[in-house]
Each structure stands twice: as C-alpha cells, then as structure tokens.
Design a protein around this ligand. Structure first.
Ligand code: ATP
Ligand code: MG
Length: 433
C-alpha cells in the first residue's frame, strides 16, 4: 500500500495509488465533504485519475463498497480510462480482480465494482447492492434518471465509518449537458459542489502543447473542451433545444403518419435508418414513436411494417430517390399507404424549412425519458434525439433530422393542399384520424 505524496499540506491517504503526486485541484476533489461533487468542466485536468483515486480512498475499511462507471464498456476499458488506470495501479498487489464480475476485491473485504451503464437493463445490475462511493466518468454522457436512481443505492449501515460520496467528472456537451449544467451550476446547494478545473490544473500535461493539439477541433467543441464553457452554442445550429415542446398526453383526433429515412447502401447496414411516427392536429405535430437502427435491406422492410402496425397508420412517407425505388416496390406489396416525396433542396435546406414550425412551438416530443419504439427495437432516449438534432449541421448524424424535416414539410404541404382542411378528412386526403 502506498501513501501518495501530495502537493498540499493537508495529507490525503490513497491506498494502492501509484500516481506520484496529487495535483491541487484533485486534492480539493478528494477532500470535498459534500455529498455530491462534479469535477472538471474541461478536458485534461486529471478527472479520470481523480475519480480512480477517490474510489480507493477507503479501501482499507472492511465492507466499503465503491462503484466506478462509464456509459459503455468500451469507454471503460480503453487505454487511460478507468479500468486501465485501476489495473495499472492494482496489478501485482494484494488486491484481486474478478474478471467475470469486473470487480476488485481488497484484503480488508472492501470492493470496487467497475461498471458501465448504457441501458435500463444495465441499471438493474446496480439496483441490488449498496455503495458508499459512486463515481461517474463523463457524467454528461448519462441520462439524468440513471444518476438520480443510483442515489437509492448510496447508503451504508450505521457501523460503516465512511462518508457517502456521489462523485462525477465531465466536460460540457453530450446528452446530459442540460441537466448537468442545471444541477451543478444553477441549482447548487450546500451539499452539492462544482469544482471547476482546466488543463492548466494538471501539471502532468504541457498545457500549451495540449491546447495546440486541440486547435484542430471546431471552435464550438474547442470552447467546450479547452475552456469548459457550458454556454457555448454549436456554430450555425438550425434548431434550438428550447424550441421543442413536450407532450405528456396525446390530444384526441390526431392524423397519423410515419416518416422514414431509409438507407440504400448495400446489404449490411452501416448508417442509421430512422422511422418516426407522427400525429398531426391543426398546425401541431406530435412525435409518438421512433426507431433508429443499423439495418440491412430485409430488416428495413420489416421495420417499416412493424412501425406501421404499432398503430393504424394510413400514410407512410418515404423519400422519392432513384435508390429507393426497389425497396418501395417491394414494400408496396405488403404495406399500404406509401407516399413518395421528392426532397426539395439539400438536407440543410429541408431542416431550415422545417425550423420555423419548431421555433413557433408547433412541434412536440414526448415528455418521457424514452421515445416508444415498435416491438423488438430499442427505444430512443429523448435527450439523445434532442442532442443529435440540435447539433445539425455540425454533426455527422443527420438521420433523425432528415426524418423530422420530411415529416414537418410533408405535414405543411398537406395542410396547404386544397383537399385537406384541418380537422376534416376527405376521400382524396391521405390523412385519416
Ligand atoms: N496526479 C497525477 N499524477 C500524474 N499524472 C497525472 C495525474 N493526474 C493526471 N495525470 C495524467 O494526466 C493525463 C490526463 O489525466 P486524465 O486522463 O485523468 O484527465 P481527464 O481530465 O480525465 O482527461 P479527458 O478530458 O481526456 O478525459 C493522463 O496522462 C494522466 O495519467
Ligand atoms: Mg477522462
């Protein structure tokens, strides 16, 4: 066991830690007495190392139990990330790693569970045990309800003399940007601390050299990464988060249709296919369901059918492109109501055309954490959808924005067509209530 030297007169004990020093901001993080602490705000100040150190602080106490989390297994295991750091410190010591459980066992009886949490199923893995330390690396990659849920697991028996600590580290950006900013910057209280740290707080890195490597990033991401700017806006963003309204109960009398962004790139799906089910009433559009997956040709046909069958759907809108003809022809045999629409202009022009409807407050997303999906398909996190579509055009992931702009522009064209007046259904109309 090592007692790590610190650059601060207040000594802090970190058994097993092999880092030679604890940098001052890391030290403040390790000494913080608050129940909840968020560390960082920018890239590189030593957040991951600080979390690993914090988890180790009480491993000499019998029954102490800690959990370290990343959103995905891959993120947990990459070089320099939590699992790798822990391994580099603990291998060859008297601590034992159980590969199957991904858990470190210490001679005291203490444990550190290394985990990932990307779905509701993963959450179940952590709903039984209790922990006195829960550490989240890159908190903005997690949805708020996962973070809040794990407070129920943060507890100890009376005789266990360790503090209860919820600890997180993060850069701005990511699906959780809004809730993390709200929680730690706007709703701070005496039990909740935001400890801001920048690259310059990590003497182990050369700040100028590191800043130079980040100069390749676009100005928005750079602003977030380098300066930990939580208020930075993506450049040229077409849609703003605050424009989206939310529905908790669908109004009656909706006219239903599906909007699809299919892919035609060959047999194995590499980019995402997105299907959305919309309900329209007057000028308002309600997103009812969405599926987003990488699918091959046959799977796409099944998906279109499954989405249509979720609910009686008289209209299914697809892009009328030459590459779409074979699948449309195939689908027509089994799915009624296919409507082919020639896209007007490029992707950017289409989303720009849809933007005023959204800015005017006519577009509603579900208030629920997840958006419904047809059976057999993963539901989408509502926060993730918002994150992806508000990054357009800087993001490479256009699929949902494409399906959405097609839906908004289609609904508008139907409203302005002579055979449809809001609320009425004519024989020629595609709509059906
Ligand atoms: N106390 C320390 N002693 C020695 N090296 C350290 C210390 N803290 C951090 N480092 C080193 O600095 C680098 C960055 O640390 P770390 O990965 O923890 O930063 P981060 O804030 O998590 O970065 P990112 O934003 O990329 O996730 C790593 O090479 C790490 O080993
Ligand atoms: Mg990190």
């Amino acid at each position: 066991m090592t007692k790590t030297k610190t650059s601060n007169p207040l000594d802090v004990r970190i058994p097993y830690c092999r880092a030679e020093t604890v940098h001052p901001k890391q030290h403040a993080f390790l000494c913080a007495w608050q129940r909840e602490v968020l560390f960082g705000g920018a890239t590189g100040p030593g957040k991951t190392i600080a979390l690993a150190m914090a988890a180790l602080q009480y491993v000499e106490v019998p029954k102490y139990s800690a959990l370290l989390l990343r959103r995905t297994y891959k993120q947990l295991t990459e070089e320099g990330q939590l699992l790798d750091v822990m391994r580099s410190w603990l291998q060859g010591t008297d601590a034992r790693f159980n590969e199957t459980e991904a858990k470190w066992y210490f001679p005291s009886g203490a444990t550190i569970q290394m985990g990932h949490l990307s779905s509701e199923r993963d959450l179940e893995n952590y709903s039984g045990p209790e922990y006195q330390f829960i550490g989240w690396d890159e908190l903005t990659q997690f949805p708020e309800h996962h973070y809040k849920f794990l407070f129920t697991r943060l507890r100890r028996s009376k005789d266990l003399k360790v503090p209860l600590r919820m600890r997180a580290a993060s850069n701005p950006g990511g699906i959780g940007h809004d809730w993390v900013k709200q929680r730690f910057m706007k709703e701070r209280n005496h039990k909740r601390l935001f400890l801001s740290a920048l690259i310059k707080d990590n003497p182990s890195l050369d700040p100028e050299e590191y800043a130079d490597t980040l100069s390749e990033l676009d100005p928005f991401t750079r602003q977030q990464m380098l300066y930990g700017d939580w208020d930075a806006e993506p450049p040229g963003a077409v849609l703003k988060r605050e424009w989206f309204r939310r529905w908790s109960e669908l109004p009656k009398g909706l006219k239903i249709f599906d909007s699809w962004d299919l892919t035609f790139g060959g047999d194995t799906g590499t980019s995402y296919v997105v299907g959305q089910k919309w309900g329209v009433r007057g000028a308002d559009l309600y997103l009812i369901a969405q599926m987003r997956a990488q699918l091959d040709y046959t799977e796409q046909k099944k998906a279109v059918k499954a989405m249509a069958e979720m609910q009686d759907t008289p209209v299914i809108v697809l892009e009328d492109a030459a590459a779409a003809r074979p699948i449309t022809k195939d689908l027509k045999k089994s799915v009624p109501g296919l409507v082919l629409r020639k896209p007007e202009g490029g992707k950017l022009e289409r989303i720009e055309a849809a933007a005023p409807t959204i800015e005017a407050g006519n577009l509603y997303l579900p208030e629920t954490t997840y958006i419904d999906a047809p059976p057999g398909f993963e539901p989408t996190l509502t926060a993730e959808l918002i994150q992806r579509i508000t990054l357009v055009p800087s993001s490479a992931e256009w699929d949902e924005a494409d399906a959405l702009s097609q839906a908004v522009n289609y609904a508008r064209s139907r409203r302005s067509s002579p055979d449809v007046s809001p609320g009425s259904v004519t024989r020629q109309s595609h709509w059906r209530s």
